[in-house]
Design a protein around this ligand. Sequence first.
Ligand SMILES: Cc1ncc(COP(=O)(O)O)c(C=O)c1O
Length: 376
Amino acid sequence: MTTAAHDPPALVGTSLEDVDTPALLLDLDVFERNLEALDAALAASSVRVRPHAKPHKCPDIARRQIARGAVGVCCQKVSEAEAFVRGGVTDILVTNQIVGAPKLKRLARLACAARIGVCVDDADNVEDLERAAAAAQVTIRVLVEVDVGGHRCGVAPGAPVVELAAKVAASPHLRFDGLQAYHGRAQHLRRHEERRAAIRAAVDAIQTTLVLLEARALRAEVVTGAGTGTVEFEAASGVYTEVQPGSYIFMDADYGRNLGPDGEAVRDFQQSLFVLTTVMSRARPGRVVLDAGLKAHSVDSGMPLVADVPGAVYTGASDEHGVVDLRGGGSLALGQKLRLIPGHCDPTVNMYDWLVCVRSGRVEEVWPIAARGAGY
Ligand SMILES: Cc1ncc(COP(=O)(O)O)c(C=O)c1O
């Protein structure tokens, strides 16, 4: 089921030049190489892979990740988990706190149809979760979220984790599964050594916490975390049992600014996601206006990059317009189509109903972005 407000901007078989804009494009060759690159990067490690589905929100992609050996997916919201269960995914970890009776009821209902895990960082939330699970007569797997440096959700490592884990373990309809230890801030630290050091500190904190848990006979079967920027470190840590990178399938301009061990831009994964846009005005010399503005891509991590026109710089976005400065080079005709590299893939994808999948200049598939939207 999809709740798309619009028809897709292209049908299967359409040539790329005829795709209507703005459209969200996936270069299938690059996407498939990114899937392979993650497998290759983790080949020497025994960690399980549970990719984060928050960047793609697309069951077609989740099914491809699972077919390659992923144990399931992560979601950030109940609404996403619902869309993935409808799309046939049977093992989901909600890497977030779910608060409030309506959402907890929906989460518990999902646990009737799929293996569902969720994170907690508050004793009251554990009680609410237990009540919802008991009412639905299900068992929900629970991970205590540890703040390993991201300073978003999560309790401090050590004793606070043990206290919450004990409360979960004492709840008849909850199962203490382990620890959620995602270090969000580390993902975009530009230098490789900075990212390595951040995850080394996270691993130290988890190890200390695991010792305390064991002393209380609380077994953390799962220790999970990692994003695209740090997955190599968590996978090699010997402490993380699962990893949850998300953006590696798409990449974006922000990830493109991360540096590898040689000080050069990281090239482990390549850009597969683009916004296709049309030049709609060239009324002023030295610049053109595109039909892709704030409602076509997210600018929280900076402006998009112009992919195929050297010298062209996307300088400003308003609701339905994007301004490209051509004084550094390049020329663009009225009606010409070009590709933008989004600043941040997740919120950009969330704006679209459809992912137009292209290979060799032709639309090969059109996938619904079934979990998109602001609903939690
Ligand atoms: C909890 C959690 N895990 C994993 C990820 C995946 O990170 P990335 O998309 O940078 O690979 C995110 C992204 O924000 C996240 O919030």
